[in-house]
Design a protein around this ligand. Structure first.
Ligand code: NAP
Length: 231
């Protein structure tokens, strides 16, 4: 029996994560995903019968650690970890309730930090693997009404840069993807035309292609924008 390469994608019951899951699934990977909504996970499972799905609130550190233990017990060292799960809440630092900041940090940053820390040990032991962080244009550009989201995404980019240096002795490469506006549920209700957004499949293709390169190469930080520019 041939061993399937494995990829875990956080928050992948919809949007970019789901498109990335579909892409890797179509290439024969063992795909593992999580999300909060069991109905969405069930739909993903129906589309991709061999996918492994878990209900997990990634803003909950203990839930992230518990799921990571399950994944390690079942799959050992992952070939690819994709820190994708995230959410956007509008707000300005000087007026928003503290809960916006706390929620953005917990969902967008802490999840990536704890999944990475928990899933890394077998990858380090194996001296191989790829970690992809789905950051954002908001990792390098401040949005006036995206205060805490922007803070969380700047920090996520920093996390990836730090990890990249830390993981060099272990042969693990770290890739940061910084997309601009991608048409997903995050943009529900927008009146802008589809043509102003990056297609979700393009992001999935970029992620997969970046992971396919030889282990002598790392695509470090990729900025991806809508052709006509940021929204
Ligand atoms: N769309 C864009 O324009 C854009 C641009 C740049 C970067 N990004 C980043 O790309 C990533 C994916 O965004 P998206 O647009 O694909 O979002 P989306 O369509 O809203 O999907 C978000 C996914 O994350 C999951 N999720 C959200 N909060 C979660 C939580 N607390 N616990 C577990 N799962 C959670 C959702 O599942 P459940 O609801 O079932 O939990 C869903 O599967 C995010 O990190 C986002 O910041 C998006």
């Amino acid at each position: 029996m041939t061993h399937k390469l494995s990829v875990f994608i956080s928050g992948a019951s919809a949007g970019i994560g789901l498109a990335v899951a579909e892409r890797f699934y179509s290439q024969g990977y063992q795909v593992i995903i999580c999300g909060r909504n069991p109905d969405r996970l069930h739909i993903a499972q129906q589309k991709m019968p061999e996918i492994d799905t878990y209900v997990c609130d990634i803003s909950d550190k203990e839930a992230v650690k518990a799921l990571s233990e399950i994944i390690i017990r079942k799959y050992g060292a992952l070939d690819i970890l994709i820190n994708n799960g995230g959410a956007f809440q509008p707000g300005q630092v000087h007026t928003e309730p503290d809960t916006v900041f706390e929620q953005m940090i917990a969902t967008n940053l802490n999840s990536a930090y704890y999944f990475t820390k928990s899933l890394l040990p077998p990858m380090i032991a194996q001296k191989s693997g790829t970690i992809v962080n789905i950051c954002s244009i908001a990792s390098i550009k401040a949005y006036p009404n995206g205060g805490s989201y922007t803070i969380s995404k700047f920090a996520m980019l920093g996390l990836g840069k730090v990890l990249r240096e830390e993981m060099k002795p272990y042969g693990i490469r770290v890739i940061n993807i910084l997309p601009g506006a991608v048409l997903t549920d995050s943009w529900a209700g927008t009146t802008l035309p589809e043509s102003r957004f990056i297609p979700v499949e393009d992001v999935a293709e970029i992620v997969q292609m970046s992971c396919m390169l030889s282990n002598r190469t790392v695509v470090e930080d990729i900025v991806v924008r809508p052709f006509e520019g940021d929204l």
